[in-house]
Design a protein around this ligand. Structure first.
Ligand code: FAD
Length: 480
């Protein structure tokens, strides 16, 4: 698309870009279309925005100086980490008046304190690199998600990412002790404190976590790390119903306590799609069952101890008729293979064709009823549509995805997206749930948020936004 810029504006833009180049050096101000393109399109290739430039500061002081320039020239900015976000939060809109502020060059691990169990990292550090740095110090950074090879800690914090170990360790918010933030005015908030207790007024840190870059720019963080478990063992369990999965969860939590670190639900269609599109992955059962649970325990004693614990849970589940069959991984290689089945669902569903995704959370005790009621509502209104239901059951978080009926027109199905979202999200709301469990709001769910969040909550959010970013320069058009 073309952007119309009048002569005065053009002079301003030139001055602004020269100012940026002075701060970060001209190689770090990308203005030509080819250099900018990867930063302007979202991860799922659904939307391409426009920007004056992509600016890549190398440290916190440079971020602050760029934000001050944005204030001076009234240029909006869109913070970007790994650009793996799923709700169109990290790409600019199509007006072309903003910059993308890439945090990729802020990629240093500043400190590791194994006694305080903390790691201090810059926002642009790739999650996997931080996991590896913690591992090198004999510690575990438990935050883990399928995008960990390219998402950044700053993006994880800004979206309050979840992932596969929330059940035991909490989401990113719970893993963060302190933040360094560049405010919307370009001031630096020095909050890199590694304290477990700090009751000194309003919790500013928690305001910036989950704000998706609408209140300030996270430049560094103190994250919690943990002793490395001695063993991690996984089992895949076959079940008839989601209700049995809930019974198994209660049983496993009772027996394993904090050792239970993963509890993932998958419907049979999920694994059928994986088998169809990734035939190299082995399906471990001789028959198919309606649902499966992937369960993981982390043990601080030994592999033998972990194995005994998991075997005891599975034996009890079989005895009490909670599950139909189970396979227990006896090595980490086997565990990895089982996790591969779970982690391949999204790609398998993408290979099957376009679909409509929902990232919802429901009170755990009501999940089975939610699935049954919502599946029924969808079948009534969109006969034959296929539910690809999976997710972090232990956290009450479902990826409740819907694919078109076999043989149906994909275009006609996608035209019904708003109606399908309405059925699913109204049902989520009726069950006391949330329309965004872990991916955030971005611009994708901004309008829907108005339907489900109370007027008072929306007003408080607007008041906070107005107080912290009165010029509306920080990721405008996202969240609220
Ligand atoms: P980006 O996509 O670059 O940005 C995300 C948002 O944060 C944007 O609004 C952006 O403006 C803002 N932002 C980025 N950096 C900063 C900063 N330093 N300061 C302020 N704001 C900033 N998410 C989950 O929660 N759980 C999962 O299990 C999960 N699995 C995924 C699997 C795949 C295959 C993919 C592609 C994505 C998955 N995601 C998941 C979504 C995504 O990976 C997360 O939202 C991740 O936290 C985004 O990090 P990022 O660095 O890519 O951020």
């Amino acid at each position: 698309m073309t952007i119309s810029i009048d002569a005065t504006h053009l002079a301003d833009v030139t001055d602004f870009l020269q100012g940026c180049e002075k701060v970060v050096g001209s190689p770090n101000v990308l203005t030509n279309a080819a250099d900018k393109s990867a930063f302007l399109t979202d991860q799922r290739q659904r939307f391409t925005g426009a920007a004056i430039a992509v600016v890549k500061p190398g440290n916190t002081a440079e971020v602050a100086a760029i934000v001050k320039l944005c204030n001076q020239f009234k240029v909006p900015l869109v913070p970007q980490g790994g650009n793996t976000g799923l709700v169109l939060g990290s790409v600019p809109d199509s007006r072309g008046n903003a910059i993308v502020l890439s945090l990729a060059r802020l990629n240093q691990v500043r400190a590791i304190d194994p006694i305080n169990h903390t790691i201090t990292v810059e926002a642009g550090c790739i999650l996997q690199n931080v996991q590896e740095a913690a591992f090198a110090a004999d510690r575990l950074l438990p935050l883990s998600l399928a995008a960990e090879g390219s998402c950044t800690i700053g993006g994880n914090l800004a979206t309050n990412a979840g992932g596969t170990a929330v059940l035991r360790y909490g989401n990113t918010r719970e893993l963060c002790l302190g933040l360094e933030v560049v405010t919307a005015q370009g001031d630096i908030m020095h909050g890199l404190r590694g304290l477990r207790k700090d009751n000194t007024g309003y919790d500013l840190r928690d305001l910036f976590i989950g704000a998706e870059g609408t209140l300030g720019i996270i430049t560094a963080a103190v994250m919690k790390i943990f002793p490395l478990p001695k063993a991690q063992l996984t089992a895949l369990v076959a079940l008839q119903t989601p209700d049995q999965a809930l019974q198994l969860l209660t049983l496993a939590q009772g027996r394993c306590g904090a050792a239970l670190t993963g509890f993932e639900l998958m419907s049979d269609l999920c694994l059928q799609l994986v088998a169809k599109h990734m035939p190299q992955l082995t399906f471990p059962f001789s028959a198919h069952y309606p649902y499966y649970v992937l369960m993981e325990i982390s043990d601080s004693e030994s592999e033998a101890h972990a194995s005994n614990l998991l075997e005891a849970v599975l034996a009890m589940a079989l005895e009490e008729d909670i599950c139909q069959d189970a396979v227990l991984a006896t090595s980490s290689a086997q565990s990895k293979t089982l996790w591969q089945l779970r982690e391949s669902i999204s790609s398998a569903q993408a290979k099957e064709g376009k679909n409509i995704k929902h990232d919802v959370s429901i009170p755990i005790s009501r999940i089975a009823e939610f699935i049954s009621v919502t599946d029924g509502l969808l079948q009534q209104q969109f006969p034959g549509c296929r539910n690809v239901t999976f997710g972090h059951l232990g956290d009450g978080n479902l990826h409740y995805n819907v694919s078109p009926a076999i043989g149906a027109s994909v275009e006609a199905f996608l035209d019904q997206q708003t109606a399908i979202n309405l059925v699913v999200h109204d049902s989520v709301h009726a069950f006391g749930g949330s329309i965004s469990a872990e991916h955030g709001i971005g611009s994708l769910k901004r309008e829907e948020l108005l339907r489900y969040k109370s007027a008072v909550e929306m007003q408080l959010m607007r008041t906070i936004k107005q107080a912290l970013d009165p010029l509306n320069l920080m990721n405008p058009g996202k969240v609220i």
